[in-house]
Write a new protein. Sequence first.
Lengths: 358, 384
Amino acid sequence: MSFGPSSLGWISIEALAQARPIADAALGLLMMEVGRRLDLSWLRHNPELLRSTFADIALSFALIFAFALWLVGLTPAWAAATAAVTMASAPAVVLLTIEEARAQGQVTERIILHTAISSAASFVAFALVLGVVHAELSEDWLNAVVHPLWVVVGALLVGGIGSWLALNIAHILPKRSLAQVFVLVASALLAVGIARMLAVPVFLTLFLMGVLLASRDRLQTLRYTALPEGHWLLAIVLFVIVGASLPWQEFTWLAGLQALGLLLVRAVAKAGAVAWSGGSLPLGKRLLVGVGIQPLSATAVFMAYELASLYPEVGRSALTLPLFAAAMMELVGPALCRLALRRSGECESSDLARGGIT
Amino acid sequence: MKIQPLGEFTDSAAFSLGVELELQLVSRRDFDLTRGATDLIGSLDYDGRFGEIKLEITESMIEISTLAQSTVDGIAADLGGLRDTLRHHCERNNIGVCGGGTHPFHHWPERRICPGDRFNDLYQRYGYLAKQFTVFGQHIHVGCTSADDAIWLTQALGVYVPAFIALSASSPFVDGVDSFYQSARLNAVSAFPLSGQCPPLNSWQEFTEHFATLQACGIAQGIKDLYWDVRPKPEFGTVELRVCDTPLTIEQATSLAALAQSLASWLLRTRPRLDTAKQAHVARYNKFQACRYGLEAMISDPLDLCQKPLKQTLAGLLESISEDAQALACERWLSPLKLAVAGNAGDADWLREREKEHGNLNDVVREASERLIGTDNENQEKTR
């Protein structure tokens, strides 16, 4: 953040633009991983979990929308855009933190599930909001219908092609082999390239590709094939680029306070939803799930830029709120997620001397 | 050190049965072991009608134990009910459950000791062995009407330890490689100082004296510290067979219980001559043979001073006990064992065959999990 064009300026706007494909690739791979982990069969077996994920999505959107509309004074369309962009947890942060802590257990699994489902919901909301923004700002009803439709259909098409390619080529290779890893990553990068070319959001395309990879893999062709360890390096590049691209020159104390307010409302919505409706876990652990799903960063920033680019003259200023919220959470989010995992006792290194879960 | 008194031997109904199965908790994503036992137990909504579901030493294990039953059919019903209850609650927590004596590819340092003073004491005492003890066995309790009968039966069943090992063997893979053993699980158990055979004791009196010596020397606190292959369990009034791997199906586990019941009945009825001192010379070797080669083992006979193929002696044994099995109404449960002796593939062979087919162990655990859970649905509705 400090080295970006809006602060010290050591990373120029041109350098950021050049690095964008790397950020897209990093975000794409992480979104594909989250998509692969979207396990809807768990919801079928555990209705309480279905209730808690629905409560998380609905409450987060509703409270953030109300806050942005009535307390910040945004128009309904931009308030909805703000809610759509910030309602989900940050998949990159959550996956990185879990991987780093080598966490396993019910709190960990539920954090992943909530993150994957809230991401999916935020993408749906994002597509709807695209139409609403078009309708409000240009009164072009054709654009209001066709653009969101193209975003969804295009992403589904590209994600479908990517997953089809990956599964069919990987099928003839040994399971969990390096060759399969190569095919998986190459297919993902191909999908990123096509998505960029067709102007459909990379995060949505790769998320859908991940979902399709998991749901259509009936022969378990790629089920056990993990991304190579090195992909976390791309994630670090992603965080640097996202941090550096944030519009700090537009920062005011009022904007900062509003972003803080949004994060507080969001925290109450998420923790409240999980605590109230989480079921089948003790209240303490449900609250830890609520803390673990607080991160907000790269996907939100990318979505915000995607929306802002539609009508740059108004979009940029209208979306400073979610961007500042994401900036704050880029610092605090990983710490909160790590805290939840550590307090749940599910990290590999927790309490080694005693051995037990505290 | 807290000494736990041995207590009186509680007489129980002759040949009554109880079965404990240690099961694997696996991730449904990649079928590696996962940590989930405490949360699973915490979320259980179950009235105990089929027996108990409880924690074992690490978070990746769960133990189910039936109620005491007079018949093998009763054991089958309890195991079915417990299995279906566990399946229902595991699905709610997105955890898979699986049989088999070892998890084929888990990484033992990743295991977590369950909360509780006893588990923590074991971890402090045995260190990393406690985590490596994430292996999965079947324990079979057979009821005895007197303490002396229990000690005699403990000694008599010791001779048949290789048979139970070979028939239950389901742990050919360890750390992701083929161990060449049919049952590699027992190698993890044998690292413990109080594992192995019960010493040659001839009466309850001798047993209590031996146990008092162990306590006085600070070797054992309670009966649970004795990891013997066969041991008396005074509080239940049973003899406990502890050498079986957890089979891949509850039907096989039930068949092994039927063998234990019929064999105990036959032994106590015919009272064959025991030479425990001589048996002690060959016991470890015979156990190794059964672990390594399963039903293809060559068993040393210290009385006839020769080696005999296990398959051959087992075929004869199953014939000998059929009368007792008939009397106990469990003869049909011995049929799968007879088929195994006649050449049908056992669980270890099945696991190897699936590994050969898939070329990876993740799919092997997935199929093994489906095998444990996917059969015998008759009790499923009752548990919900």
